[in-house]
Design a protein around this ligand. Structure first.
Ligand SMILES: *[C@@H]1O[C@H](CO)[C@@H](O)[C@H](O)[C@H]1NC(C)=O
Ligand SMILES: *[C@@H]1O[C@H](CO)[C@@H](O)[C@H](O)[C@H]1NC(C)=O
Ligand SMILES: *[C@@H]1O[C@H](CO)[C@@H](O)[C@H](O)[C@H]1NC(C)=O
Ligand SMILES: *[C@@H]1O[C@H](CO)[C@@H](O)[C@H](O)[C@H]1NC(C)=O
Length: 666
């Protein structure tokens, strides 16, 4: 994308009043609509700080709700009448520029209307960071003449009842800005990207916590990755509501930017390395606390890690942080004893790509999959694949190559059917940066440990994607979204907005609805317990960097819609016989309609890597009316310990909301 600053177009007479027209930031996917003639109103204003000050092009003036003798209580709104309907897809909100943070908008919603009377559900909600930088919020295309921002809290957290705003712009995806007819993609075949969730940080990492909230984190700053140490900015969101909270985590003195992430057997999230390269921190979903664990033997950043069958966490690579001496061999963490053990028999050289960036890039973001007998399968992104054995001081065995595929750095790999050993690998580029991404896709079928897997090239994606993200769905399809065709960190150039859905039944891709924001370098993706998919982040490149995406958006796949676009009726899991089970146990489930079942493990995501997610299809025996006995896979290398989402799917493939199951060690 090429950013251009276009100047507010105003009649000459107005220019006399506005000698310095304000710059408006434009994007390839959204242009600022001319504000000439707009009617702006608010529920409250202080004399001298009228609503019109938010569209006057003077960044020194601002709208402010009433203060002084009487203070109007929150919530507050400011609303513009664009004078005619446009296809709109975003706003920008510039906070007051005088250094005072009073009235900065925190928790809020954006709603739309075509008549000023009937308003949509929020097209965006969430919590803005309290600072003076302009917030850019894009949402799925919608038709609107009226746009309303409703503030529910003040961002600085002082409990004040004020709202304020220096400048407001509204964006349209229509480059001619003339307004056009609005035809959203059919949800029953393309799915739908729902409301955008604004976050007070750039979510460069995230995980589904065992309490079904999403924990996001950035680095030592909400907007910048580089140079940090000692703390991490985090945000929490419960997808069942709109509230987003923020928390600075200093307890572990660990800047957790670019870490390895793995949920262990207790469902605790183990975060390793990153800006503070040797540190380990663990997040306990039971109390929301971060605590310090033992340091790694090696400092690492951009390593990957995976939980293995016996619950330990294996990691390898990561020369982005710490030393760059080729010594980032394997090591393994045991949670119960809080100890790391070096595995020098798992040498990092076997995972190297041929990256022109050298060691700094060659050992990044390994695709690690726990498998039977405590093994770890290394599927890429190098063309070479390997088996790691974590016994003793470790050993490895080559697993052949992924046919003639080039290295697929910052591509995706997802175990969509762990019972049958199937991994889908897609996209990526030969080199980490300044490299052409591919559309290539492969399935890798694991058999016995130490044997070469069966690799099949399947249909290619429609869009080349480096820095794309893959999320496996309960029905076995994989959604891939985000990325760009020319791998270039901290740009949104050549971004792919449409998502794609891979169907293992046909080995083909379907292009589905486009996301509202580019999701390139530093973006994430997670399956949520209601069978929707979260995509967030991108950027983390410093104050005012327009590639910073302080938001996430949730996709409802086609399976959640009827052919007429209405929401499908979802099956319901009424009871389960147990919520904590060992592999091989029998689970008895009651549903409200005839159903099939699958388990998807809780995910974690950063830098295209999500080694936690995997899907286990289940076979169920009916044992009477709408009751089923499900014998879980007995192999702990297939059914890894930790939290899983149990889904029931009806005969039309519509999934239930998940019931949480914790898989215990055998
Ligand atoms: C902007 O507003 C400030 C404060 O009212 C005023 O001093 C300044 O002259 C205005 N600037 C322009 C360009 O109108
Ligand atoms: C501006 O909008 C408000 C609120 O909808 C309305 O009451 C008022 O009449 C409008 N003013 C003009 C000039 O259209
Ligand atoms: C892993 O290594 C140990 C020790 O050499 C060996 O006994 C075991 O069979 C190996 N496991 C596999 C699956 O190859
Ligand atoms: C279902 O599983 C339970 C628990 O293992 C078992 O007691 C019961 O006999 C099973 N029912 C059938 C019909 O197989």
């Amino acid at each position: 994308m090429h950013y251009s600053l276009s100047f507010l177009s105003v009649p000459v007479s107005s220019l006399l009043l506005l000698p310095l027209a304000v710059a408006q930031q434009n994007f390839d996917w959204g242009k600022a609509i001319s504000r000439t003639g707009w009617n702006v109103t608010a529920d409250s204003f202080q004399t001298g700080n009228e609503a019109a000050k938010a569209i006057d092009g003077n960044t020194s003036t601002f709208w402010h709700t009433q203060y002084g003798d009487s203070v109007a209580p929150l919530p507050h709104y400011i609303q513009v009448d664009l004078t005619k309907s446009f296809v709109v897809n975003g706003i920008s909100y510039q906070p007051r520029q005088d250094g005072n943070r009073n009235g900065d908008i925190g928790q809020h919603t954006i709603t739309l209307s075509n008549d000023g009377i009937t308003w949509t559900d929020p097209v965006e909600f969430g919590n803005y960071l309290s600072d003076k930088t302009t917030k850019y919020t894009f949402f799925s295309h919608a038709s609107a003449r009226y746009v309303r921002i409703t503030a529910q809290s003040e961002a600085q957290g002082a409990g004040n009842q004020w709202s304020s705003m220096a400048e407001l712009n509204v964006y349209s995806p229509d480059t001619s800005l003339s307004g056009d007819t609005f035809a959203p993609p059919a949800p029953s075949t393309k799915g739908r990207w729902d409301a955008t969730v604004s976050l007070p940080i750039v979510p460069a990492a995230g995980a589904i916590s065992g309490d079904n909230t999403v924990i996001f984190w950035s680095a030592f700053r909400p907007d910048l990755f580089s140079g940090g140490t000692g703390l991490t900015e985090t945000a929490l969101w419960d997808p069942r509501g709109q509230a987003v909270s923020e928390k600075t985590v200093t307890d572990t003195k660990h800047d957790m930017f670019c870490p390895g992430i793995s949920m262990d057997a207790n469902g605790v999230i183990v975060v390793t390395g990153g800006n503070d390269a040797a540190k380990t921190s663990v997040y306990n979903p039971a109390n929301g606390a971060w605590t310090t664990a033992a340091q790694m033997k090696q400092g690492r950043g951009y390593q990957a890690s995976t939980t293995i069958a016996d619950g330990r966490v294996f990691t390898i690579g990561g020369s982005w942080s710490g030393t760059r001496d080729g010594g980032k061999n394997g090591e393994i963490y045991d949670s119960p004893t809080n100890t790391w053990q070096a595995l020098n028999g798992c040498p990092e050289s076997v995972i190297f790509t041929k990256d022109k960036g050298g060691i700094y890039r060659k050992d990044n973001h390994a695709w690690l999959f726990a498998w039977k007998s405590n093994s770890v399968f290394h599927a890429g992104p190098s063309n070479a694949m390997n088996w790691f054995n974590v016994s003793g001081t470790g050993s490895y065995k080559s697993a052949g190559t992924r046919l003639t595929a080039p290295d697929m750095m910052c591509g995706t790999a997802t175990m969509y059917d762990a019972v049958n050993g199937y991994i889908l690998a897609a996209g990526g580029s030969p080199d980490y940066e300044d490299s052409t991404a591919t559309t290539n896709a492969y399935t890798i079928k694991l058999g016995n440990v130490n044997e070469n897997p069966k690799v099949t090239q399947v249909a290619s994606m429609a869009f080349p994607r480096a820095f794309g993200v893959a999320v496996v769905l309960p029905d076995g399809k994989t959604l891939v979204f985000g990325g760009q065709s020319w791998a270039d960190p901290f740009t949104d150039t050549t971004a792919a907005l449409p998502a794609e859905l891979y169907d293992p039944g046909t080995s083909r891709w379907t292009t589905v609805a486009p996301i509202a924001n580019p999701r390139t370098y530093h973006s994430i993706g997670l399956l949520l317990p209601d069978a929707t998919v979260l995509s967030g982040g991108g950027g983390l490149c410093g104050t005012g960097c327009v590639q910073n995406h302080f938001d996430a958006q949730v996709y409802s796949p086609p399976y959640l819609f009827n052919s007429d676009g209405s929401r499908a009726t979802r099956p319901v899991i009424k009871t389960v016989s147990a919520i904590q089970l060992k592999p091989g146990s029998v689970l008895t489930v009651a549903t409200d309609v005839a159903a099939t079942f699958s388990l998807v493990r809780y995910g974690s995501s950063t830098h295209t890597v999500n080694t936690d997610q995997r899907r286990v299809p289940l076979s169920a025996s009916p044992i009477g009316s709408l009751n089923y006995n499900i014998t879980l896979p007995s192999e702990p290398g297939v059914l890894l310990p930790g939290y899983w989402m149990l889904f029931a799917l009806n005969s039309a493939g519509v999934p239930s909301v998940a019931t949480q199951i914790k898989v215990l060690l055998p």
